[in-house]
Design a protein around this ligand. Sequence first.
Ligand SMILES: Nc1ncnc2c1ncn2[C@@H]1O[C@H](COP(=O)(O)OP(=O)(O)OP(=O)(O)O)[C@@H](O)[C@H]1O
Ligand SMILES: [Mg+2]
Length: 471
Amino acid sequence: MMTDVPRKHRVLVVDDDASVLVSLALLLRQSGFEVLTCEDPDRALAILAAHSMDLVLQDMNFSPQTSGEEGLALLARIKEQHPGLPVLLMTAWGSIALAVKGVKVGAADFFTKPWHNAQLVELVNTTLELAVPATAGRLDRQALDAQLDLRGIIGQHPEILKVLSTLGRVARTRAPVLILGESGTGKELIADAIHRNSPRAGKPLVKINMGAITSSLFESEMFGHVKGAFTDARSDRTGHVASAHEGTLFLDEIGELNRADQVKLLRVLQDHSYRPVGASRSEQADIRVVSATNRELAEAVAAGDFREDLFYRLNLITIRLPPLRERRSDIPLIANHLVATLAGDYGLGEVTLAPGAMQWLASQSWPGNIRQLRQTVERTLLLAGKRVLEQQDFLDAEPGEDAPAHTDVRVDGLTLEQVERLMIDRMLEQHQGNISRVAKALGLSRAALYRRLDKHGLGDAGDEGSGGDEA
Ligand SMILES: Nc1ncnc2c1ncn2[C@@H]1O[C@H](COP(=O)(O)OP(=O)(O)OP(=O)(O)O)[C@@H](O)[C@H]1O
Ligand SMILES: [Mg+2]
């Protein structure tokens, strides 16, 4: 709650180039900030010691021949003396690696010179907003529900409450959010909620499975093409980026994107401009990017599989979803919710879980997380056909290793396509929908499996319309 009169935010700009200081000061003052400027690091530290500032914009190079060490040193001193003060780095195009280094040691973000005025102001606003300390006191689900529409997201484990509180703070900004978590932990559900609780809620949420895009079609799918751009381009096509204009672009399975396509994505994230294939000029899109992956992206960066600059473009905010086994206290709530909604969907009236069944559910390891729990409940509900589900009903409904009939596919009279579909279907069932395991069992990459799931219409059990659906 705001009790005192809101004051203007104070920004300190540090750069040895006087013309940069003049134009940034002008821009920021016009945008309603109070601005102080100075040309060298020592002076900057003196100002910070004497005035209370809300944000620092600092250059990385303070003399022509340096490698940016002075910039990093200044950043380190600021973080040491004012740990909570957000710092944005300014850097030339050629030295993004340096800025990335700066983000690792505590800078909030970086931007490149020359900058785009509106984007810079937005970055400053977002950074200030996120710097506000998390709501003091204990988090509770009711308080969160009062402020946010968290429909369908069940849970009140402290780890989930943290996730939801972060979601609430970032939803209203345009900051890119990276959602990490094992398969089936609810990453897509969180992405949906970010969009729903954002000022962009009335605009499209475009979902693209990066693992399912064929590399040769990447630019055409993402950026669109003009008629005649290539042999098959018989008419203009709007790309996903343009479709998401003023809305949210959800880049699912971002960890599956190959390095060549990573570069193409970087540009649009960097300056929100893109060029449709065959078009003569670039277009601007106002998009908010949310991405998700079940890979540990920082490790992919370390292994050289994922571009570091792209990683830092995606993860201004990282939301980590805990696996279900680390939030077991939520299992009863989620299980009850699933039984009630699934029974409703199937028109089965009121169905409940016996205490023994609940204990059994709460003690399982759930490698496929909530998706697996959902499938288990759904299967048992249908097979048992009872009003009260007992532990034994769950045991009876388990596919189990002693059921070879399940994988023993009869293929006489089927086309190759049909056999493929059948195999994938069986494997999905056997591995409780765990995509990584199914891919492994079938000897396919995740990307290749996604393409086949798309082709056969075997996506997630009908709970969403995906953006990547026109292929
Ligand atoms: N907190 C929750 N409460 C209720 N249902 C949930 C919750 N989290 C996830 N689910 C359900 O679990 C299923 C899997 O969720 P989702 O598709 O968001 O997972 P994911 O993390 O994107 O998985 P993957 O990495 O395999 O794509 C969905 O049916 C979703 O509705
Ligand atoms: Mg998903």
